[in-house]
Design a protein around this ligand. Structure first.
Ligand code: NDP
Length: 325
């Protein structure tokens, strides 16, 4: 028997139930992974609460983890029992001791990367890869604004930006988070709960404002973020931590300076096996070279997944959170 998390309805952290079932057998094209560490992401909260619809109820949660191949289904090549692997885009259900993952979504883990690091870095690190290297291919020398800079994605973004020679202005909600972002290579921080974001960006850039804003906070920051952009700047709205951005009049992009906007997802960038492998290769290179260090600031057993969600939603976490099944 094996433990996993199941939800029968959407709602608060109390809807997470721990259940005990026989591990499922892998079907065609699938690999069963014995999870050693599972990543906790804000998207798990969107699925739990219903902000994003789950395909069906009851449902598992989570789509990121790392572990060892435990069984291989028919029509799978390239993976064998005992291989160390990681994934970031599996069907929901990673919160468990075992998970069935399509081989297409699995990647072999280099020996130098441990399971906790992989589970903490796959989804967030691949996201930073496409944000900084594809959505707008940064050349070095730019000054950018990145929200929630002390969070899971933000902590990796600070380090990746520094490695690219990009000046990252990171927003944070406390002095402790500001220090963490600076330690990770941010060029400057703004406490957007106390300071005037737009005025601080103006000061820090000598009036030039920024060519790109990476905004995962959503509803609370959308309009301020647009005001931080240069003419023809790019607004990358990639998350909804404060709630989704709704009811936008597209004319606002005209009024605020002929702006561009993108609402990207990892699935839209790692959409072929070739691109997925290329992005993983780049991320693994950053990890193995030590240019990016992963801060697993919260670890907890599967049974405390609800507490992990509460802490993440209440802005009490920094860096990444992993579950240890
Ligand atoms: P984080 O660890 O960054 O946690 C979210 C952070 O958002 C908080 O710590 C907090 O930082 C900030 N925040 C601001 N307002 C709120 C609010 N009202 N409620 C809660 N948090 C708030 O989470 P992740 O690293 O897992 O994800 C970061 C964001 O990136 C999420 O929005 C997520 O959905 C998005 N994302 C998008 C992807 C994509 O491909 N589109 C892929 C991966 C993540 P502070 O206290 O400093 O304000």
């Amino acid at each position: 028997m094996a433990k996993s998390i199941r939800i029968d309805r959407t709602g608060g952290p109390e809807v997470l139930n721990i259940i005990d079932t026989a591990p499922a057998e892998p079907g065609s094209g699938e690999v069963r992974v014995r999870n050693h560490a599972v990543g906790v992401n804000f998207i798990d909260i969107y699925f739990r609460t219903g902000v994003y619809p789950v395909p069906a109820l009851p449902s598992g949660l989570g789509n990121e983890g790392a572990g060892v191949v435990d069984a291989v289904g028919p029509d799978v090549s390239g993976f064998a029992v005992g291989d160390r692997v990681a994934y970031a885009q599996s069907p929901l259900g990673a919160y468990g001791e075992y998970h069935l993952v399509p081989a297409q979504k699995l990647i072999a883990l280099p020996a130098g990367i441990d399971f906790e690091t992989a589970a903490a870095a796959m989804l967030k690190g691949l996201t930073v890869q496409y944000l900084l290297r594809q959505t707008l291919p940064l050349q070095g020398g730019e000054t950018i604004l990145f929200h929630a800079a002390a969070g899971g994605v933000g902590s990796i973004a600070c380090q990746w930006a520094k490695a690219l020679g990009v000046k990252l202005i990171g927003t944070v909600s406390s002095p402790e988070k500001a220090q963490l972002a600076m330690d990770n290579g941010a060029w400057a921080t703004i406490d957007y709960t106390r300071e005037n974001l737009v005025e601080r960006v103006r000061e820090l850039t000598d009036g030039a404002m920024v060519p790109v804003v990476y905004d995962s906070v959503g509803k609370d920051t959308w309009e301020m973020s647009l005001d931080c952009l240069q003419k023809r700047g790019l607004m990358v709205s990639f998350g909804n931590a404060s709630g989704p951005v709704e009811g936008v009049n597209i004319g606002i992009l005209n009024q605020k300076g002929s702006l561009y906007v993108n609402r990207p997802s990892l699935a839209g960038y790692a959409d072929t096996r070739e691109r997925f492998e290329q992005m993983c290769g780049e991320l693994f290179g950053m990890l193995e070279s030590g240019k990016i260090n992963i801060d697993v600031a919260q670890r907890c057993p599967l049974a405390q997944a609800g507490d992990a969600h509460e802490a993440l939603a209440a802005r009490r976490t920094t860096g990444s959170t992993v579950l240890l099944p």
